[in-house]
Ligand binder design. Structure first.
Ligand code: MLT
Length: 216
């Protein structure tokens, strides 16, 4: 597939069949646009995959927004970058003829997805957030009614404190999202359980026909 020239370097794989929402794949710190394609194929076979590379560099490692220290975010940059990413999603939807995607983000990618849900909820149909934390200390979520969010946290995660993940779940619920929050007996890294649970959750949301524009 030859990708269109859009505002983010990205990979795009077209859908193979109908009924599955497109996935917006958002990598963790030091990843790139190739990282999560295998995960996307595993958890939602046949979905279109849109996978941008974060534009912020930290010691040469791509990220989706600036941080001041681990877990301490430059919130002005979070806002700017979340809007930039939501604009990219709109561009890509137009260029590739896509319904609103479900974000699948890991770590920094999950945090920018949470920021987009907070600031630009119309950009996403739902989200799978792997090891996410609250991206903006004082922001309440936008209107998330009708959107599904699967939040998978690690009980032994050294980066995301348990109460922070629980707070994120509460913020998203307050916005009206249908939030499923599970705490797995793992650390910050991805596990087989993440793959199994994300796949089951996406399978449960799949549409029997081509109505993938529906929010999940
Ligand atoms: C972040 O900066 O988004 C979090 O600290 C997760 C990470 O990327 O390490």
């Amino acid at each position: 597939m030859v990708e269109a020239r859009l505002s983010f370097v990205h990979r795009f794989e077209p859908a193979q069949g109908a009924g599955r929402p497109p996935l917006l794949l958002l990598h963790g710190t030091g990843g790139d646009e190739n990282d999560l394609l295998p995960l996307g194929r595993m958890i939602s076979q046949g979905s279109a995959l849109l996978s941008p590379r974060g534009k912020v560099l930290e010691g040469g490692m791509p990220r989706f927004f600036r941080r001041l220290a681990e877990g301490v975010f430059d919130e002005a940059d979070v806002r700017r970058r979340a809007n930039e990413l939501a604009d990219f999603v709109a561009e890509a939807r137009e260029a590739y003829g896509l319904a609103a995607p479900v974000a699948v983000g890991f770590s920094n990618g999950a945090n920018i997805a949470a920021a987009v849900l907070t600031l630009r909820p119309e950009a996403l149909a739902g989200a799978v957030l792997l090891r996410a934390m609250v991206p903006l200390a004082d922001a309440s979520a936008g209107d998330l009614r009708g959107k599904g969010v699967l939040l998978l946290s690690g009980a032994a995660d050294p980066i995301v404190p348990a109460d922070n993940a629980a707070r994120l779940a509460a913020i998203l619920k307050d916005g009206g999202a249908d939030v499923e929050h599970k705490v797995l007996p793992v650390g910050h890294g991805l596990s087989q359980a993440d793959v199994t649970l994300a796949k089951a959750w996406l399978d449960s949301k799949a549409q029997p026909d081509n109505s993938s524009a529906k929010e999940i």
